[in-house]
Write a protein that binds this ligand. Structure first.
Ligand code: DP6
Length: 391
């Protein structure tokens, strides 16, 4: 049986990707940089199988539900690109089975609920690319594979690496140099932790894809952002190399705020932050001020959830502050809960609205850390039945 199963991680950007210069090839208007989160907590798993006896046409299931693979669509483009690379491998060695000609069955599963509002496209597309690359025994490097993943969803290219990852915007019109690269492996700075605050939000927001396109078309502030970002990329890479948390945090927060500013400068404006998100910003800013140094950094993607980066040693302080002002509906089982600390003596309570937030304003917390890149699993972890349908 020709089959491979792989997992891929979620990544959260410190320097945000927001804007495409080519919407078809998914080429960005600026380079971006992210931290890969630990797959022990959040991951997508994908099994790909090629079989001569399958009925013609590829089929794919996401969390048990079949998705259509459109030719020229994002999934279709990724599968086609990897198949073409497999064909080259077969042409160089005629003894190999012609997997490139056989229909595929693919099942993918996220271990985190879509309702949590966490982006699943990055880990999902990266797991798809990793599993097919394994199935096809491709010789390409993770950076080369990231060129394919990028065409599935821009941010997915960064999920092909662990640790601290840059997506270089590149200059080639065909996109051959718009790829992901490792800035530092997880082992370089394993003390980097992340606390995801899942903020409840009933209404469905603007998707990243359409939102960023509207920004490119209407925001004048975006031009200023594009002038600033290259300097930030250099500065944050240096902060990571030097393990300089304060610089890392300053840049992360200012870039998140810059991204949400260009969203507001878009016409019609896009609001991803809600009042709870803004209150988390105020609490973290005040925690940093009253601690006498920057110990935590917030960042927000295209939604109200906060991701707070902090070093392991400071997580008890961050958890103390978040638990105090944003009590979750359910008690968390985080072992750090027991070490949560009181607020610094000079913390100004006035930064949070009077009476505080009701229980559940922050639905849940996910405490995780910097993690590794895609992993391959064994046969026993297959998501496909004998028949090629999802289990
Ligand atoms: C705010 O990668 O989801 O999370 O390329 O259109 O699929 P498409 O967009 P997507 O955008 C992610 C935007 C972001 C910032 C980031 O991850 O860098």
């Amino acid at each position: 049986m020709y089959e491979a199963t792989a997992t891929a991680p979620v990544n959260i950007a410190c320097i945000k990707y927001w804007g495409k210069r080519d919407t078809k090839l998914i080429l960005p208007t600026n380079s971006s940089l992210s931290v890969t989160l630990d797959q022990d907590h959040l991951r997508s798993t994908t099994t790909s199988r090629a079989d001569e006896s399958f009925a013609a046409g590829d089929r794919l299931w996401l969390n048990g539900k079949e998705e259509t693979i459109k030719e020229g669509g994002r999934l279709g483009v990724c599968i086609k690109g990897l198949r073409a690379w497999r064909k080259q491998v077969e042409e160089n060695d005629s003894s190999l089975p012609k997997l490139s000609e056989w229909p595929l069955r693919i099942a993918s599963y996220n271990n985190f609920p879509t309702a949590a509002g966490l982006a699943s496209s990055a880990s999902g597309l990266a797991a798809l690319v990793a599993s097919l690359a394994r199935l096809y025994q491709l010789p390409q490097t993770p950076s080369q594979l990231s060129i394919i993943a990028r065409q599935g969803s821009g941010s997915a290219c960064r999920s092909l690496f662990g640790g601290f990852v840059a997506w270089r915007e590149g200059s080639d019109a065909a996109g051959s140099d718009s790829l992901a690269e490792e800035v530092a492996p997880r082992e370089h700075w394993p003390e980097m932790h992340a606390l995801i605050c899942v903020v409840s939000d009933a209404k469905k927001g603007t998707s990243s894809t359409s939102g960023m396109q509207r920004t490119v078309e209407t925001s004048t502030l975006l031009q200023e952002r594009l002038r600033i970002v290259p300097g930030r990329m250099d500065a944050i890479s240096k902060a990571i190399q030097d393990k300089d948390f304060e610089s890392f945090a300053k840049i992360t927060m200012v870039d998140s705020n810059s991204f949400h500013s260009v969203c507001l400068d878009t016409s019609p404006p896009i609001f991803y932050l809600n009042d709870v998100s803004k209150s988390i910003i105020a609490v973290i800013e005040e925690l940093n001020r009253s601690s006498g140094k920057i110990i935590a950094a917030y960042t927000f993607d295209a939604g109200p959830n906060a991701v707070i980066y902090a070093l392991e040693e400071n997580m008890p302080k961050v958890l103390g502050a978040i638990n105090k002002f944003f009590p979750t509906a359910e008690e968390s089982e985080d072992p750090f809960r027991t070490t949560a600390e009181d607020l610094p003596a000079s913390f100004d309570y006035k930064v949070v609205r009077e009476g505080g937030w009701e229980k559940g304003a922050v639905k849940s917390l996910i405490h995780t850390r910097v993690g590794d890149g895609p992993r391959t699993l064994g046969k026993e972890d297959s998501l496909l039945k004998e028949s090629g349908e999802p289990k």
